[in-house]
Structures are given as structure tokens and as C-alpha cells.
Design a protein around this ligand. Structure first.
Ligand code: ADE
Length: 247
């Protein structure tokens, strides 16, 4: 899969997309991340990419010409692509959208800066607008990195253990159960005894109860979308009782 990133700060992408799983996926040719500097497509002597807003107001707006020129230059250099503008005004990114995008051969991610991007870019030159959350970043760059990471790990071969992307939180709208590793006693804090008992059935049931309880307590919005089975209700109740006994 190919990610084309349009930004005026290409340097921001070096380290985050060169390390860890995404970096390895690039080395192995599973993904290709191409970062393009919008400034290279600015026509004027000063390579201006922003200008004052029509109608007045604070801040600067990204000009349409350099972005559209960049889009036109890369559009035909590869398989069909979906152009996406990263903006707080976009639809809210989630696991379902990550899965939808992971099925496409190429994504073009346009990172806005300043007070925004000229609306004609959004209206006539992009197919999608995405926000990564209800908060305002200084630009779309971090949002683009979040999307590359979330989409890349869903591609075949990227994680190595194929099962784990499927079993993640949000494949089913349930948070993950708590995890523990050695030492068994860490500064006087132990590990739930069930995890040491060796019974896979008991462990599975305990984990499911914990996952359901967490979801109900921390993300009631997700919990409301669940259809718990009769067993789920029993496991949830026993997780709730266990918590009550601890406090
Ligand atoms: N640019 C600024 N804030 C953003 C957000 N929350 N999501 C995507 N792009 C952004």
C-alpha cells in the first residue's frame, strides 16, 4: 500500500515513520510512504504556501495552488488513490475507517496548517476529510502519522502475528482485558491468581469479564452498542464483585 503525504514540514515524518513496526514494514516493502513538500510546488519566488483570509480574521489560510499542483503531480504516479484532507472538521477516525482505508491501494494525506486550507481544495480536490479527535492540533501532520500507523498495522504481514490485529479492541466494541507479566510480585503488588492457575477456560472467562467491566466503566458509549450473551452477563457480574471485594 502506498501513502503519499503532502506537508510543509516533511522533516516531521522522518523518525516516527522510520522506527518500529511501520519502519520495518517500509524496509520489507509492505508499505511505501512518500513525503512531498508542498512548498516545492509553490510558484512564486518566496514559495509562499499561505495567505490572508478573504473577509478578514485571524491567522493565515493555506493557498490552493501549491496543494493542487502537488496533487496533480502525484495523482498519475501510481494506482488509484483516495485524497484525504486532515482537518478537525472531518469525519471522526476510528478502527472501522482504518479497516476501510486498508483495503485501498493508495492514500494521499493532505496536512493542513495555520487556520485551515482554502475550502476549494476540500470541496473539489479531495474525496474525504478526516479528524483524529475532537481537539485541535497545530497541523494535520500528527494526524497523518496516526492514520498511517493505524492503517499499516492492518495490512497482511505487517504485524507478523496475523491474529492480533483481528483480536484488538474495537474489532468488537470491547476494551482489552488487563495484561500482566513477570515479576509475579512487583513491590508487593501481585497478579490475579486465576492467571497463574493454568486453566485456559478460567483465564478466558476472567479476561472476558474484565474486558466487559472496563468497557462499561470507561466507555459506556461502546458498551451500549454491545449485545452481551447470557455468559457475558454472568462474567461481568463476577468481575464487578471481584472489584468490589478489592476496594
Ligand atoms: N488538524 C488539526 N487538528 C486536527 C485533528 N484533530 N484531526 C486531523 N487534523 C487536524
Amino acid at each position: 500500500m502506498i501513502f503519499e503525504i503532502l506537508t510543509i514540514f516533511p522533516g516531521m515524518f522522518s523518525s516516527p515513520l522510520e522506527e518500529s513496526i511501520v519502519g520495518k514494514a517500509r524496509d520489507r516493502g509492505l508499505i511505501d510512504v512518500r513525503v512531498h513538500n508542498i512548498r516545492d510546488f509553490a510558484a512564486d519566488r518566496h514559495q509562499m504556501t499561505d495567505d490572508r483570509p478573504f473577509g478578514g480574521g485571524e491567522g493565515m489560510v493555506m493557498k490552493p495552488e501549491p496543494i493542487v499542483k502537488a496533487l496533480r503531480a502525484i495523482k498519475d504516479c501510481g494506482p488509484p488513490a483516495r485524497s484525504i484532507l486532515l482537518t478537525p472538521q472531518g469525519r471522526l477516525f476510528n478502527q472501522e475507517i482504518a479497516r476501510e482505508l486498508s483495503r485501498l491501494p493508495r492514500l494521499i494525506l493532505i496536512c493542513g496548517r495555520y487556520e485551515g486550507v482554502d475550502e476549494r481544495v476540500a470541496e473539489y480536490f479531495t474525496e474525504d476529510q478526516i479528524s483524529i479527535g475532537d481537539y485541535v492540533l497545530t497541523g494535520g501532520e500528527l494526524a497523518a502519522m496516526v492514520m498511517v500507523d493505524a492503517v499499516a498495522r492492518l495490512l497482511p504481514g505487517v504485524l507478523g502475528n496475523e491474529g492480533s490485529a483481528v483480536a484488538d479492541s474495537f474489532s468488537e466494541p470491547v476494551l482489552e482485558h488487563p495484561q500482566y507479566t513477570r515479576p509475579q510480585d512487583f513491590e508487593g503488588m501481585g497478579v490475579p491468581a486465576v492467571l497463574l492457575c493454568g486453566s485456559h477456560a478460567s483465564i478466558r472467562r476472567w479476561r472476558r469479564g474484565q474486558a466487559l467491566l472496563r468497557t462499561r466503566m470507561r466507555r459506556p458509549d461502546l458498551f451500549a452498542r454491545l449485545s452481551p450473551t447470557a455468559e457475558d452477563i454472568v462474567l461481568l457480574e463476577s468481575a464487578r464483585r471481584e472489584l468490589e471485594e478489592r476496594v
